[in-house]
Design a protein around this ligand. Structure first.
Ligand code: C2E
Ligand code: CA
Ligand code: CA
Length: 427
């Protein structure tokens, strides 16, 4: 029987823990409001929840009734299970209105319309600030309902996102000049053997006023203000220098760095990369350039020339965030990539998600047929790890394995990983 639920919780709960969301003390069980115009469904679900020992279960037979309830007591319920198809105010409109109330709980969608429709509704409502735990197809089964409720966590008020800090281009030029950058490294491991294959260099900004900033809050500004070339050369210099030291100490791993499309417009880019690896005494094959295309490459020939030259010199080329933005099949066709890095939106929680799993499997299949190595990013759970092993992905990267860390912690992490990996690669 096909499982009839999807959980998109990870999407919604995306923030990197170190971006500072702290967990509130756990409450044992959520109070639940069931909203459905069908009395029979209300009855079945209420009985099901009570038999699972959920003590506080309320019901409402219309959106208006539910809104009235919540108007009086906005914090009475932690989770609302909401039918999408209701006469009058339907589920979509109810949830849109709900997002404008002080209600801060979670929502589970319930419908007979099929998962793809619910998935779209989830995305739509997620943008409105509601936290959707997932979807249930009618008739909802006990284990699916329980699995989604198990994902419930008491609401935590997150700090304002860092993107809210306004950065201007001039500050980035200063940061380049004063070298206010740091690089953290996140391991990539072989899914079959557990071997540590390499690390990805991720830039951080040690900002004099705002403290440690993450790249999502400044890379776009750097690209738009013409500061991204100096930034990238700095990162590659630091990362290859570090790699040279690791090689000297007997740690033979690869290094991946992020390169933006803007960088590839510089005619001298490929020769700069060659001098940087030479200077650090590392082989080009040990440097993988992860390329994300924020904007269309169009028909410009300079980026392609750079990519071809880099490949001829045996640098690794990875198509980053595959499946999103302009990181598409067209790029895969036109650029001699050696690695396909599947965006984390298609990785975490794929096992139970009937939409993303086929996309993940398909992407790995494409990589195999094109003789590229496949890397899954955003591996956040042991379940993700085992699924990727089952479907034959080559490498994994994500919080389940390790968070990005300063270089001095890498050897220590490797020692800990040695102790963990055995069980993870046992068949
Ligand atoms: P990316 O290339 O996709 O890098 C992976 C991002 O996902 C990193 O965020 C990493 O910390 C985060 N991450 C790692 N494991 C997990 C996981 O299990 N789950 C989730 N949800 N996230 C995970 P970070 O360091 O904030 O970097 C964000 C983006 O900024 C990077 O995305 C990359 O596109 C860009 N970036 C980072 N460093 C550089 C750089 O030196 N140059 C350029 N041009 N871009 C950079
Ligand atoms: Ca990357
Ligand atoms: Ca990514």
């Amino acid at each position: 029987m096909r499982p009839s639920f999807t959980s998109t919780l990870p999407d919604e709960l995306g923030p990197y823990p170190s971006h500072a969301t702290s967990a509130a003390p756990p409450r044992a069980q959520p109070s639940i409001l069931l909203l459905d115009d069908d009395q029979f469904t209300l009855g079945v679900l209420s009985r099901m929840l009570r038999s699972m020992d959920y003590e506080t279960v309320g019901t409402a037979a219309s959106a208006e009734a539910a809104l009235a309830l919540l108007h009086d007591e906005p914090h009475a319920f932690d989770v609302i299970v909401c039918d999408l198809n209701m006469p009058g105010v339907d589920g979509i409109e109810f949830l849109q209105r709900l997002s404008k109330t002080p209600f801060r709980g979670n929502v589970i969608l319930l419908s007979g319309e099929g998962l793809r429709i619910m998935h779209t509704v989830q995305k739509m409502l997620g943008h409105g600030g509601l936290l959707i735990l997932g979807s249930l197809e009618k008739p909802a089964g006990r284990s699916e309902l329980r699995a989604l409720l198990d994902c419930w966590r008491p609401m935590v008020i997150a700090p304002p996102p860092q993107a809210a800090i306004a950065i201007d281009g001039e500050e980035i030029h200063i940061a380049n000049h004063e070298q206010q950058w740091l690089v953290h490294y996140q391991p990539k491991v072989d899914l079959r053997t557990g071997d540590v294959i390499g690390v990805e260099a991720l830039i951080r900004w040690n900002h004099p006023q705002h403290g440690l900033l993450y790249p999502d809050s400044f890379i776009t500004v750097a690209e738009e203000s013409g500061a991204v070339d100096a930034l990238t050369y700095w990162v590659v210099h630091a990362a290859t220098g570090q790699l040279g030291k690791w090689h000297m100490s007997g740690l033979h791993i690869q290094m991946a760095v992020n390169v933006s499309m803007e960088n590839l417009r510089a005619p001298e880019f490929s020769s700069r990369m060659s001098s940087l690896v030479d200077q650090a005494m590392v082989a080009p094959k040990d440097l993988i350039l992860e390329i994300t295309e924020g904007r269309l490459m169009g028909t410009a020939s300079v980026p392609l020339e750079n990519l071809v030259r880099l490949r001829m010199k045996r640098f690794g080329l990875s198509i980053d965030d595959f499946g999103t933005g302009h990181s598409s099949l067209v790029q895969l066709r036109d650029v001699p990539f050696t690695e396909l890095k599947i965006d984390r939106g298609f990785v975490h929680a794929a096992r139970h998600n009937q939409i993303i799993r086929p996309i993940l499997e398909g992407s790995i299949g494409i990589a195999k047929r094109l003789r590229m190595s496949s890397v899954a990013e955003g591996v956040e759970s042991e379940d993700d790890w085992h699924l990727l092993r089952e479907i034959g992905c080559d490498l994994a990267q994500g919080w389940f394995i390790a968070e990005p860390m300063p270089p001095e912690l890498v050897p220590q992490w490797i020692a800990q990983w040695e102790a963990r990996r055995e069980r993870l690669v046992a068949q």
